[in-house]
Write a protein of this length. Structure first.
Length: 563
């Protein structure tokens, strides 16, 4: 006798009918590997989250969080300038491959588009996803995907004949070979690492062999590698994907191949050893390493970035060492380095600098430490628009996908001011003038502000010199306290541009001619009816200012400071 369906059992049946497919039950979004280009479940990722049209396939400007690089290449145009010539093998170095131009590529092996995306997951593992479209299906297919470190590797033959490839393999390059058998429905994957020699297959070492590696549940999951072909026609992609007729129709069954490999888990590599710069997709006659190679295309996939630190000084090219530290992902603890502005290529326009290549994507902090006495850090500017914190001597920059950031640290040598004092009448050694340096008044510019310090007095060969050094370059005011019984001079604005210490501008500077002191002051006794004026000596630089004393002379001159 049939048992009647109760309310509770009917409700349970309804829930079962509405149950979410297992592939969608994720706490975190996943990259879908299910034979199409659009995400089937909200929150997940698929190729349309990284690539766009219209026209040729291209990478979107912004990548989702956690994904560090993406690249795409359209290869559907005819004639095809990127096909292999006979004799090119995956077992050979890149420089031993050759390419040619052809109007006739077999539809089964004619790549129309290829693309790749890299993710650094929460475990720090590098996972690379890859996809390839071919023009038409014809049974089994064999797809290869190289991940290369040499950014110059490549070849394009626009004319006739054949051309050797540029570039070379680097130890650590990875080859993923996906053989789609049983009419293209089953994926078998082998993964090789380029070792140059001594590998399981000479220059190549087999690091993974995965039979029946079709992606389970529409994702990589806990697997190390998987791949899948489209078992149904894929709706027209947002980018141009021509079929054998050249029309942008839905991708036919078994013309779209995608997969993924966990590079870190498979190779046991450190992040610094995973700095690929591009991918190269190829079509092959079989899964054998010595298979004939047919078509190929390349695209950028820069897993790592670069950072350049430049040292400049004012005055330029000073022979002074400056110490730095750098911290960030991939840096073991705190890195240290040294720059000297004198270490530059004179006449070549190449400043003193150091470059960190193959940096992991992320934020890096560069700090100038233990700044030498007599120097100030006056500027930190990066070409990505970032400016540093001068108080901390540091800047934090983001090294991103396909970017190289350059930051320039500028240090300025502190200045000095030298004054020579002359008297119309000798005031006596106990009644000499005094000088003080004041800041420019921030609240009322053009007037003396807070006092900086007094100038030190030195007598040399009967001449009177006053000096102050270790000054931050800028505008100041010179304030004189005249001797008793002498006229007072006006306060005088001075602008620093010197670089000598007071030790070097005393006796040895007592006879400077046209290159005289920064400031010369003449004072007459009170009660004398002489005219009051200031005039510039010939050949002197600086400013002249009328003063309330007879025939006084004041001049400003910039002195270079050493030491």
């Amino acid at each position: 006798m049939r048992r009647p369906i109760t309310f509770l059992s009917a409700f349970a049946l309804l829930l079962g009918m509405l149950a979410i497919p297992a592939s969608a039950e994720h706490d975190d979004p996943v990259f879908e590997l299910d034979g199409n280009v659009d995400p089937d479940h909200p929150g997940n990722y698929d190729w349309t989250d990284f690539l766009e049209g219209p026209g040729d396939v291209q990478v979107q400007e912004t990548l989702p969080a956690g994904f560090i690089a993406a690249g795409a290449s359209a290869d559907h145009a005819l004639p095809d300038t990127t096909t292999f010539t006979q004799g090119s093998k995956d077992t050979l170095d890149i420089s031993d491959w050759t390419c040619t131009r052809t109007n006739n590529v077999n539809n089964k092996v004619d790549i129309t588009n290829a693309y790749s995306v890299a993710e650094r997951n929460e475990d720090g593992h590098l996972i690379i996803y890859f996809g390839t479209e071919i023009r038409a299906p014809e049974g089994n297919s064999n797809i290869g995907m190289w991940f290369l470190q040499d950014e110059d590797a490549g070849c394009e033959q626009a004319g006739g004949g054949s051309t050797p490839f540029d570039g070379n393999h680097v130890v650590g390059d990875v080859l993923v070979v996906s053989a789609f058998t049983n009419g293209g429905t089953q994926a078998n994957i082998t993964v090789y690492k380029w070792v140059g020699s001594g590998g399981s297959d000479g220059a190549l070492d087999l690091v993974g062999d995965f039979a029946a590696a079709t992606c389970s549940g529409g994702e990589l999951g806990s697997d190390t590698a998987c791949a899948i072909a489209n078992s149904e026609a894929v709706v027209p992609t947002p980018w141009f994907s021509p079929d054998r007729r050249g029309d942008n129709e839905p991708l036919a069954v078994n013309t779209f191949f995608e997969g993924a490999v966990n590079i870190t888990e498979l190779l046991g590599t450190e992040p610094a050893d995973e700095c690929f710069t591009q991918f190269l997709a190829n079509t092959r006659s079989s899964q054998s390493l010595t298979a004939t190679l047919f078509d190929y295309t390349t695209g950028e996939l820069e897993i790592c970035g670069g950072l350049t630190i430049v040292k400049e000084t004012d005055p330029a090219g000073e022979d002074q060492d400056f110490d730095f530290t750098i911290t960030g992902p991939g840096i073991d603890g705190t890195g240290t380095f040294e720059l000297n502005a004198a270490d530059h290529d004179e006449g070549e326009g190449n400043p003193a600098s150091t470059t960190f290549s193959d940096l992991l994507i992320g934020d890096y902090t560069i700090t100038e430490v233990d700044i030498p006495d007599g120097w100030d850090l006056t500027s930190i500017v990066c070409d990505d628009g970032t400016t540093g914190n001068l108080a901390d001597g540091a800047v934090t920059v983001s090294v991103g996908v396909s970017t190289g950031v350059t930051c320039t640290f500028t240090n300025t040598l502190r200045h000095s001011i030298l004054v020579e004092k002359t008297y119309a009448v000798d005031p006596g050694e106990d009644n000499l003038a005094k000088f003080a340096l004041h800041e420019d008044d921030a609240g009322e510019p053009g007037k003396p502000g807070e006092e900086v310090d007094d100038l030190d007095y030195t007598e040399a060969d009967g001449r009177h010199f006053y000096c102050i050094d270790d000054l931050i370059p800028g505008d100041y005011w010179l304030v004189e306290e005249s001797p008793t019984g002498f006229l007072s001079n006006d306060d005088v604005p001075v602008s620093t541009s010197s670089t000598e210490t007071c030790v070097s501008v005393s006796t040895e500077r007592s006879d400077r001619g046209a290159d005289g002191p920064d400031r010369r002051s003449t004072t007459a006794r009170t009660g004398r009816p002489d005219r009051h004026q200031v005039e510039a000596d010939p050949g002197w630089r600086g400013r002249a200012r009328a003063l309330d004393h007879p025939a006084g002379r004041l001049r400003v001159h910039a002195l270079p400071r050493r030491g």
